[in-house]
Design a protein around this ligand. Structure first.
Ligand SMILES: *Cc1c(COP(=O)(O)O)cnc(C)c1O
Length: 453
């Protein structure tokens, strides 16, 4: 028998609980602060935006949280997801390293994001929410929440970052196929959007601006809540099904990772693959190096400041301590739209400060080159965001080759690129540039960070 290419878990092995890293941290994460009082926020502050069950998960300290059966039932449409051994890529690189990847592109929306969209819609339905307003960058989150809205009968309004809205018309069509409404942001529907347009009619938009619009809508209507596709603790929690499945699959392969690689926009797929392994290490299990890969044009972890900041541009959200480029910073319009957020998940930022993870930044053309090498060997065309993880894994494999070391690498292939072929076409036409962020704009954005004593 030849060696396995993929490791499939039976449906019965679908995780029944999510894993909460907070339970195993040596130091608890800093509190979330109210922007007016600078006191820690309580559940009442968040109640206009989120249903109670999600607020409880946001501040939960228990290690395991049960996944409701209706959520598991929908997860089973595509979960457990496959774990692959990238043998052909290993051979192409001539590396002694073993490369495994967990593939989240098999979900109906094509990425890991339905892992949290489904439970968020479920808890909203339970709480009687009629409509959810949200933002989307590349459109992955908007289409995932649109899918979840269709499953649970909730109206979905998506504020989509304008540059992506025009780059990715088929993402919008996918959201509309699931019955959602999609609006280019900044829009004229909200005070936040109108203010940005007044100052800069040509604004390409940003996740921070789109979040302001969605939060404003949710805060001003009784039947409407807000949902975020990354960054928050409960989102990271929901994504841990990725890593828990991967632990079982690596075990099937008789292997354990020496290094885990994930791309980081807001940090959710990275947390999903890494936190269960990190938790095991913190409880005395095997050591593992964990590497976050981010775009050089929006380098939150490698260049940002660790400070209290707003999650949005208009300053409507609570203050969280995170690696940030400043909530008013608008990154250049590079193609990994899902990695264009100004901040990083507070939990990911916290463990970076504790020295539990490493971070590296790569430029988009080198990431596309890595993604194409992967596609031509493994057959899957990665999403531009996922190309960053592919690049990180390839660098680790080449390092192992240079050192002549056998090493086991695991990375998260967070989604496929079938809605991103425009970006690939640009790359083939030599029109994909390595955009630089504006140092002056970054300095200005960091200079106006909220002052928290
Ligand atoms: C949204 C997205 C990302 C970035 O978001 P994280 O919260 O950092 O995971 C990465 N890959 C894909 C495919 C995405 O859709």
């Amino acid at each position: 028998m030849s060696d396995p290419v993929k490791y499939l878990l039976p449906e019965a092995a679908l995780p029944s609980e999510w894993y909460n890293l907070v339970a195993d941290l040596p130091v608890p994460p800093p509190p979330v602060l109210h922007p007016g009082t600078l006191q820690p926020v309580g559940p009442a502050d968040l109640a206009p935006l989120f249903p109670e069950a999600l607020i409880r998960q946001e501040v939960a300290t228990e290690r395991r949280i049960e996944i409701p059966e209706p959520v598991r039932e929908i997860y089973r449409l595509w979960r457990p997801t496959p774990l692959y051994r990238a043998r052909r890529l290993e051979k192409a690189l001539g590396t002694p390293a073993r490369i495994f990847y967990k593939y989240e592109g098999v979900s109906p929306a094509g990425s890991h994001k339905p892992n949290t969209a489904i439970p968020q819609a479920f808890y909203n339905k339970e709480a009687g929410t009629k409509r959810i307003a949200t933002e989307t960058g590349a459109g992955q989150w908007g289409s995932s929440l649109a899918l979840a809205g269709a499953m649970f009968g909730i109206e979905i309004d998506v504020y989509m970052v304008k540059v992506s809205y025009h780059q990715k018309p088929y993402r919008r069509a996918l959201m509309e196929s699931y019955g959602a409404r999609c609006v280019a942001s900044p829009s004229t529907e909200t005070n936040a959007g109108r203010a940005v347009l007044a100052a800069n009619p040509d604004s390409p938009g940003s996740l921070g601006i789109a979040i302001s619009e969605a939060v404003e809508i949710a805060a001003s209507r009784d039947d409407t809540k807000y949902a975020l596709g990354s960054v928050l603790n409960h989102v990271l929690l929901h994504q841990t099904v990725i890593g828990d499945e991967a632990i079982a699959q690596m075990d099937m392969a008789g292997a354990y990772p020496d290094v885990i690689v994930g791309c980081t926009g807001g940090g959710s797929n990275f947390a999903g693959i890494a936190f269960p392994f990190l938790g095991a290490k913190l409880r005395g299990g095997p050591d593992v190096r964990i590497v976050a890969v981010e775009p050089a044009a929006c380098p939150t972890l490698t260049r940002g400041t660790y400070a209290y900041d707003f999650g949005d541009t208009a300053g409507l959200t609570p203050l969280t301590k995170m690696h940030t480029l400043g909530s008013t910073f608008v990154p250049p319009g590079f193609h990994a739209g899902g990695l264009r957020y100004h901040g990083m998940a507070p939990l990911v930022s916290h463990i970076k400060e504790l020295g539990l993870i490493d971070a590296v930044a790569y430029r988009q053309t080198e990431c596309f080159a890595a993604g194409l090498l992967f596609a031509r060997n493994e057959g899957i065309v990665p999403a531009p965001e996922a190309n960053h993880a592919v690049k990180g894994a390839i660098e680790e494999a080449l390092k192992a080759k240079a050192e002549g070391k056998e090493k086991t690498i695991l990375f998260c292939l967070s989604g496929h690129g079938h809605f991103d072929m425009g970006a690939y076409s640009e790359y083939f036409a030599d029109r994909l540039m390595d955009l630089e962020y504006d140092e002056g704009a970054l300095a200005s954005a960091l200079a106006v960070l909220p002052k928290v004593p």
